[in-house]
Design a protein around this ligand. Structure first.
Ligand code: NAP
Length: 254
């Protein structure tokens, strides 16, 4: 099998939540470079992201939805299926947020929004799009988990619980969908420089303290996720399912 057949995504369609910026945009870039058409699902669409990704020679459509709206999730999944003309080959559950606050200041509202966006939305989209993939006998679901799926932090209480839940959702769906030819895996990014971590990376002392736990000695970049995202979307990973793969400069190895 040629490398193009193994890793190429020509003729595939990928849905990326939170694909307009940050890590989602890095992932979308990788998938587009491998040839996949894209549906980006964001709360705020971005014309810049759309035109950057289109310039890579693939078709890009943007949908707007608030994934914190639990009651609207089934309708959002229906719109995604409609926009992908029933052929979503790849779903990347990337949209997410973090309320960074010490454990004793963590409110129920903080808990709810992180569990709703980071976990519930991934569950509903995976269930609806996964069912369509299973009917076609093929598909790839990639959940963007975190080092906080495994390593706890008192400043990331609800976040860590949502990401640990996402890791277990990954394994549960992997087992459920393996017989139908659908693979479900997760990527666990470490300290990545995006809007989500701007307060940390912008504070010299906090940034140095974070990097002291990263053997690679630098912040991750959105484009660092491209290779793993392409691998987990491609035929090269057809016998890989239920895995949680770190992309963390060695954080979890310590
Ligand atoms: P980011 O730059 O803040 O981007 C987050 C994305 O999620 C944005 O596109 C945002 O869209 C979308 N989003 C947030 N709430 C949403 C909602 N209610 N409905 C729809 N979309 C929503 O953060 P990032 O660092 O790229 O994070 C992407 C994913 O990676 C998250 O799941 C995060 O937990 C995970 N992660 C990040 C790091 C890190 O160090 N940065 C590490 C591990 C895991 P809008 O801007 O339109 O709201």
């Amino acid at each position: 099998m040629s490398l193009d057949t193994l890793f190429g995504l020509q003729g595939k369609l990928a849905v990326v939540t939170g694909g307009a910026r940050g890590l989602g945009l890095g992932i979308a870039r990788g998938l587009a470079r491998a040839g996949a058409d894209l549906v980006l699902l964001d709360r705020t669409a971005s014309k810049e992201a759309e035109s950057e990704l289109s310039s890579l020679g693939v078709r890009v459509r943007s949908l707007q939805a608030d994934l914190a709206d639990a009651a609207g999730l089934a309708e959002t999944a229906r719109r995604v299926l409609e926009a992908s003309e029933g052929r979503a080959d790849i779903l990347v559950n990337n949209a997410g947020l973090q309320r960074r606050v010490n454990w004793d200041q963590h409110t129920q509202a903080d808990w709810d929004i992180q569990l709703d966006v980071n976990l519930r939305a991934a569950f509903v989209l995976s269930q609806q799009l996964g069912a369509a993939m299973a009917q076609r006998g093929a598909g790839k679901i990639i959940n963007i988990a975190s080092i906080r799926s495994i390593a706890a932090s008192p400043a990331a209480l609800g976040y860590g619980v949502s990401k640990a839940g996402l890791a277990q959702l990954t394994r549960s769906l992997a087992v459920a969908l393996a017989p139908a030819g659908v693979q479900v895996n997760a990527i666990a990014p470490g300290y990545m420089q995006t809007a989500l971590t701007a307060a940390l990376s912008g504070d010299a002392t906090a940034s140095a303290s974070a990097l002291s736990r990263v053997p690679a000695g630098r912040w991750g970049r959105p484009d660092d996720l491209q290779g793993l995202a392409v691998f987990l979307s491609s035929a090269a990973s057809d016998y890989v399912t239920g895995a949680l793969i770190p992309c963390d400069g060695g954080f979890l190895a310590c």
